[in-house]
Design a protein around this ligand. Structure first.
Ligand code: GLN
Length: 668
């Protein structure tokens, strides 16, 4: 049973049941009791953020929300009830549902509401950790170590929030939770079925996660944007659609609305916009019990008025709620395009939320959407990786480069370099590809070697690191990119010709990168080092400390298994490779910098995951500034952080500090 007792919550229990609730049913009943209590006039609405998954969680976390607190704090929510916006997609995948859903979040946030989000992925994988970036784009890593769909990155970046692994719900997770309960005997005597057990579990999950704050503040968010992955009508999304159909009644009218993202293709030489695919997908959605309140129609050109009218009459949606979502110059224009059509107004009206009249997106427009289009001076970054045919595999890295370019006033050009094309073997097999790869590397202003797994392309990446080191070209190595830098240095500076990582060369006489699990050394499963960890800065006299404006530590996300061999650090440092950031035990190398090089910085963590449009990641900003010849100027005018002699405790420094402090100076 939980740690609740009557002393803690007598007023909450009594209005509803007047009795103690049996242990085995506590989750559902307590939540219901608490909700009812709220409606019965209690001042505080309590929610347990750990409720439904672990039925017998002994340590539930309680969040107390003062009724109407959002309204008092300017949030303008008119009742204490959580509001939900469901975003579904039709016709084809890849329409930009994630960007649409994130944009709705941006608008609601700009209306003064606290927004969270849930991404539902109907695949059977429990999480995205085992999925190939080739197929599915990058694995986005969260603070808590969750390996999630890349759409969670969109939400974090657009809304400047930090999500948890529970914000990504998959079929695998729901079935796992229900089957665990079944094995524990929680449904004794019952036949466990998709309806109601899976559908109830989905609803419980959504409701619980929606109430968990994600913006670093206490209290419950006002609105949760739920994105249902896949396309309406897919077999695998059926349980979710059914759960959400029921959910609209669970949460009540006025607390739930659906936005359907669809495609309006253009056919034929006359360029006629076709409504039939949208008509069919809306018909499918409605037959499943969900009526869209808004249609977001993707098209190359703005929707013609006649097309809008036609969609309105065939799809049971008012014409004013048929939004044109035509192609725009950058994705940050999408919220502005929706705002211009009054989407925020409609959603707020349907959900009984205030704030629409005082929406303010001016900063978003000036400092992000307009800014990006106004950049003219080019900076070219060679991205030396393995999945270069599918740039979604490096989505967060690309975004982090874009954020840094906005801050540094540079127009970004990424030259994708397939690492293996830099290798000698390619020269004989495909000379044109080899020459092209080297031409791109040589003409770049900066080189970035991002994360990766396995040995393919590694030798090419090592050549890229060597090129950057010996030609004073700015280099940023991320995770594998740091291991590559260390291997290259070992081979070409220390003369350990066969130095390597044991990830792909177990027999190397110089294992400079080794397997170093945090937990068991014998058990290989689940040994990835995942999520946020502290990196303690070893000196203030390094580029990283200056960029982070930190004198003590930085907090970034990880996803790796191998690390620099701590036994060899002395040899590296003696030759000029400085390990300026380490974990709090001092044994795991986190940041490496090369002495006497304009910018040769590499990190074991992934700084890209915490980069935001208005808060660029410091290391990415460093790369872009160095590649633009502005790093020295940038660093020179700033006070070097001073190490506090009495380190009384670690002080985090926000990624955004730099941008804020130096915004004026960056307008070079
Ligand atoms: N393959 C390396 C490791 O497991 C690097 C991982 C990464 O770049 N994310 O340590």
């Amino acid at each position: 049973m939980s740690n609740l007792n009557d002393d803690q919550m007598p007023d909450i229990w009594s209005p509803v049941s007047h009795t103690r609730i049996p242990d085995e049913a506590w989750e559902y009943h307590i939540r219901k009791a608490l909700n009812d209590a709220a409606y019965n006039g209690l001042d505080y609405v309590p929610y347990c953020s750990t409720m439904p998954v672990q039925q017998h969680d002994d340590n539930p976390k309680w969040i107390w929300k003062k009724k109407g607190a959002a309204a008092e704090s300017g949030g303008a929510a008119q009742s204490g009830a959580m509001k939900y916006v469901l975003v579904t997609g039709g016709v084809v995948s890849g329409l930009g549902k994630g960007v649409t859903a994130s944009s709705i979040g941006v608008l609601l946030k700009a209306c003064g509401h606290r927004v969270t989000s849930i991404k539902i992925d109907p695949y059977l994988n429990v999480d995205a950790g085992t999925m190939s970036p080739f197929e599915h784009g990058e694995v986005f890593v969260l603070d808590d170590g969750g390996e999630a769909d890349l759409d969670l990155g969109n939400y974090e970046r657009f809304l400047d929030i930090s999500l948890s692994k529970d914000n990504n719900l998959t079929t695998g997770k729901v079935y796992q939770a229900v089957i665990e309960r079944e094995r524990r005997g929680d449904y004794l005597g019952k036949t466990v079925q998709v309806v109601p057990h899976i559908t109830d579990a989905i609803q419980d999950w959504v409701e619980r996660v929606a109430h968990t704050p994600v913006d670093g503040r206490d209290g419950v968010p006002d609105v949760c944007v739920i994105e249902l992955g896949g396309t309406v009508g897919d077999i695998e999304s059926m349980p979710f659609i059914e759960a959400l159909r029921q959910f609209q009644f669970r949460v009540g009218q006025g607390n739930f609305c659906t936005v359907h993202v669809s495609l309006v293709p253009v056919i034929g030489v006359v360029g006629e916009q076709k409504t039939k695919p949208t008509q069919h997908s809306v018909a499918t959605l409605r037959s499943l019990g969900l009526n869209p309140a808004l249609l977001a129609c993707r098209s190359s050109e703005p929707l013609q008025d006649s097309v809008r009218e036609k969609l309105a009459s065939f799809c049971h949606v008012p014409a004013a709620q048929v939004l044109t979502m035509h192609d725009v110059s950058n994705i940050w224009r999408v919220p502005l395009m929706m705002q211009a059509q009054g989407a925020h107004d409609t959603i707020c009206r349907l959900l009984g939320l205030g704030g629409a009249a005082k929406i303010d997106t001016s900063m978003w427009k000036q400092r992000i959407a307009d800014k990006w289009d106004q950049l003219t001076q080019l900076v070219t970054i060679a991205m030396v990786g393995k999945y270069t045919d599918l740039s979604d595999a490096y989505l967060s890295v690309t975004k982090a480069l874009q954020h840094a370019c906005m801050a540094a006033n540079r127009k970004l050009k990424i030259d994708w370099v397939e690492a293996s094309n830099l290798e000698e073997a390619t020269k004989t097999e495909d000379e044109a590809a080899y020459n092209d790869a080297w031409m791109k590397l040589r003409s770049a202003d900066g080189v970035l070697v991002p994360g990766g797994f396995g040995g393919r392309g590694v030798e090419g990446k090592i050549l890229a690191a060597e090129y950057a080191r010996t030609n004073d070209t700015p280099y940023l190595g991320i995770c594998l990119g740091m291991q590559i830098a260390v291997i290259e240095f070992a081979r070409n500076v220390l003369g350990w010709k066969e130095a390597n990582s044991t990830e792909w060369d177990q027999a190397t006489p110089h294992p400079v990168v080794v397997f170093m699990p945090e937990g068991s050394t014998t058990h290989f499963g689940g040994t990835m080092r995942l999520g946020a960890r502290k990196t303690v800065l070893q000196t203030v006299d390094c580029i990283s400390a200056k960029l982070y404006q930190s004198e003590q530590y930085v907090d970034e996300r990880h996803r790796h298994r191998y690390e620099v061999n701590p036994e060899l650090i002395g040899a590296f440092e003696a030759a000029g490779l400085r390990f300026v950031g380490k974990d709090d035990t001092g044994t795991r190398m986190e940041i490496v910098e090369l002495a006497n090089h304009p910018f040769f910085v590499a990190a074991q963590f992934h700084p890209e995951f915490k980069s935001r449009p208005m808060k660029p990641s410091p290391l990415f900003l460093g790369l872009i500034l160095a590649a633009s010849g502005k790093l020295d100027h940038f660093l020179s005018g700033r006070a070097t952080p001073v190490a506090s002699p009495a380190k009384t405790g670690l002080r985090p420094v926000e990624n955004g500090t730099i941008a804020a402090l130096t915004a004026a100076k960056l307008q070079l």
